[in-house]
Ligand binder design. Structure first.
Ligand code: NPG
Length: 368
């Protein structure tokens, strides 16, 4: 395939409810859609970078800028481009994995649409529906949290993830266990909000039989996570720390985690995500699919990834209505706690162009 043009489109998509984590509150999604135009057809990807560099160093304006100035020219220079060729072509640029992932997804989408093959099949998916959990932000009060959890359980979500931070950990977990019992699949996510001094507080969470505690410490602190893992019965799961398959293998081998959250955006794309899946499978470490409040364009490939065999725990792959009043694709709807894996060619979804136009805040066109 020869790449002819790339369209970078920013959308402002309101969230149905603000999402508060240890690093701030999101009430609108600043979405960057990447559309590639090739001589064999078009493809689409969504960049998961947030508006501000608070989850990682990437943010959406920087992703747009690095694509326009540094990544696009490298892809335009490739004579015969394929999805698998994107990561090697961009290897000279350090980092910027979310920007690279969006490009790789769009190129894969174009390529697979040409073959008539779904991304799920291409990546090695083995199931046609995946079990879904839901990630619940820090609430204003314990009562509001319990009500929110109750609403999602009524919809059928199979597991609950609570965002925690110092001062919002023991109490919300106690309240949710008291309200919904010990059988509820429950896990917590700290988004790096703790340090070694707070380890005793984290160890108290062992009383609750949680599925896992996600990313308690800062991303670089593999040794700290290993020490914490040795001192707690709750499994440690890493998210922000795991940016490649080699780091995943290293973290597991050093005992820093026994479960891995995979987000294709965080690791530079779906090809690297599959490598992480595979290395974790070979080490006996289960994985699950994270989320970054994606629209349907980003949700569809996440579901394709989550169809792989070592995705053993429900993901943060919630239905469209958990995030948006109206999704920019056909909505993903929960059936019996599961979402269907798209089976159409490429990412398997198309955008509602009228709605996309309404939500668009800017469009930038790059040409070969
Ligand atoms: O359901 O897509 C989702 C969100 C899941 O909690 C979630 N994501 O750190 O994993 C994370 C977190 C996050 C995403 C936090 C975006 C803040 C913004």
């Amino acid at each position: 395939m020869k790449l002819r043009a790339i369209e970078l489109r920013r959308l402002a998509v309101p969230l149905v409810r603000p999402f508060r984590t240890s690093f701030g509150t999101q009430s609108e999604r600043d979405v960057l859609l990447v559309r590639v135009v090739t001589d064999d057809g078009e493809g689409l990807g969504e960049c998961v970078a947030l508006a501000e560099p608070v989850y990682s160093s990437e943010y959406v304006a920087a992703a747009q800028s690095v694509i326009a100035d540094h990544l696009a020219p490298r892809l335009f220079a490739v004579r015969d481009l394929s999805g698998r060729g994107v990561q090697p072509a961009l290897a000279g640029v350090i980092g910027h994995r979310m920007a690279k992932a969006a490009l790789e997804t769009a190129v894969l989408d174009a390529e697979l649409r040409g073959y008539g093959v779904s991304l799920a099949r291409y990546l090695g998916g083995v199931r046609d529906r995946v079990e879904c959990g839901v990630s619940i932000g820090i609430a204003a009060t314990i009562d509001a949290l319990v009500e929110e959890v109750s609403g999602y359980l009524a919809q059928g979500y199979r597991r609950i993830k609570l965002k925690i931070e110092p001062g919002w950990d023991w109490e919300p977990v106690t309240a949710v266990r008291a309200a919904f019992g010990d059988d509820l699949m429950l896990q917590v996510d700290a988004n790096t909000a703790y340090d070694a001094a707070s380890a005793p507080r984290l160890r108290r969470l062992d009383a609750f039989g949680l599925l896992l505690i996600e990313q308690p410490f800062v991303e670089e602190d593999i040794a700290g996570h290993a020490a914490l893992a040795r001192s707690m019965s709750t499994p440690i799961c890493l998210d922000e720390s795991i940016v490649s398959a080699s780091i995943a293998a290293d973290a597991v081998n050093r005992g820093a985690c026994s479960i891995v959250n995979i987000k294709a955006g965080r690791v530079g794309g779906y090809i690297e995500a599959v490598r992480i899946h595979d290395v974790c499978a070979s080490l006996g470490v289960p994985v699950w699919c994270g989320g970054m409040l994606e629209t349907g364009v980003g949700r569809a490939p996440n579901l394709a990834l989550a169809a792989l065999p070592n995705f053993k725990l429900p993901g943060d792959t919630s239905a469209s209505d958990r995030y948006f009043a109206e999704d920019i694709t056909e909505p993903f709807v929960l059936h019996d706690g599961c979402l269907k894996v798209p089976q159409g060619p490429g990412i398997g979804v198309d955008v509602r162009q009228d709605l996309v136009e309404q939500l668009t805040t800017s469009v930038q066109l790059l040409r070969a």
